[in-house]
Ligand binder design. Structure first.
Ligand code: 13P
Length: 282
């Protein structure tokens, strides 16, 4: 039984100076692939799904699957709702046993973002669940449906936000964006440094797909303790399936199932190594 809470995972990541990979999943094969990589590398991990993806993978179906997979894992696995935008969905995730939820009010005026986040923190408390929020605006959008303009986090706003909400993890915008980058991202490490000096909360980097190994390491050595990966997982699964078809390895449905697991596994394992989370679940 290894269902974990991000509060414990991110505290350990702060103490031992690494980052926990937070991997978006859409089906059972991705869940199995990511957990296989975590068990093999002895990495603590977070399984997540964003509210916008629930039209493909209904929360009432995939939620219990994620929680059951976490409970059966040999390493600590937290189960997280990514980019929650409605209180109904956040409540449903908490009822299903998710150990953390994100409220994304980054598009709201600061005061509204604060007051909505306070409501979510109060809602999560009786469940013992943790809360992540976002300040500044990560570019793009989780499912690519809207191209949200990137707005870097103001360290002063981050300080006010944290002191009034006391969230457990804070997503910041430092030039990162969801989806494939149109050009190589140029992360604002000066902003990361200032936010880290201003607030003591573990910081979260969204838009992990396409960030270089060097930048990932610089991020997790400077306060980023949770790194979100979505597009890279979906692409790795798709590419693995295509390769298996091209190489005539798919003779039936269960070969396809194995190819999907392999795609998710390889991508997750690569990131766990870069995040220095390998061996931290021992
Ligand atoms: P990518 O799709 O760029 O990996 O971003 C993932 C993410 O931040 C999910 O919230």
């Amino acid at each position: 039984m290894s269902l974990a809470n991000i509060k414990t995972l991110l505290k350990d990541a702060q103490d031992k100076n690494y980052a926990v990979g937070s991997f978006s999943v859409a089906n059972m094969e991705m869940v199995l692939g990511v957990i296989k990589a975590a068990e093999e590398t002895k990495s603590p991990i977070i399984l997540q799904i964003a509210e916008v993806r629930l039209n493909h993978s209904p929360l009432a179906v995939i939620g219990p699957l994620m929680v059951a997979a976490a409970k059966n894992a040999k390493v600590p696995v937290a189960v997280h709702l990514d980019h929650g935008t409605t209180l109904e969905c956040i409540r449903q995730a908490l009822d299903l046993g998710f150990t953390s939820v994100m409220f994304d009010g980054s598009h709201l005026p600061l005061d509204e973002n604060i007051s909505m986040t306070q409501k979510v923190v109060a809602m999560a408390k009786p469940y013992g669940a943790a809360v992540e929020a976002e300040i500044g605006c990560v570019g793009g959008s989780e499912d690519g449906s809207v191209d949200i303009a990137m707005r870097c986090t103001s360290p002063q706003q981050a300080e006010k936000f944290f002191s009034e909400t006391k969230v457990d993890a804070l997503a910041i915008a430092i030039g990162n964006a969801h989806g494939f980058y149109k050009e190589a991202p140029c992360l604002r490490f000066d902003i990361l440094q200032k936010v880290k000096e201003t607030v003591s909360v573990p910081l979260v980097l969204h838009g992990g797909t396409g960030i270089s190994e060097e930048d990932f390491i610089r991020c997790h050595q400077n306060g980023i303790k949770k790194i979100n990966i979505a597009t890279a997982t979906f692409a790795s699964v798709e590419n693995q399936v295509r390769k298996a078809y091209n190489e005539n390895e798919i003779g039936g449905y269960y070969d396809l199932h194995q190819a999907e697991i392999k795609g998710a596994y390889e991508n997750a394992k690569k990131h766990m190594e870069i995040f220095y989370s390998v061996g931290k679940a021992e």
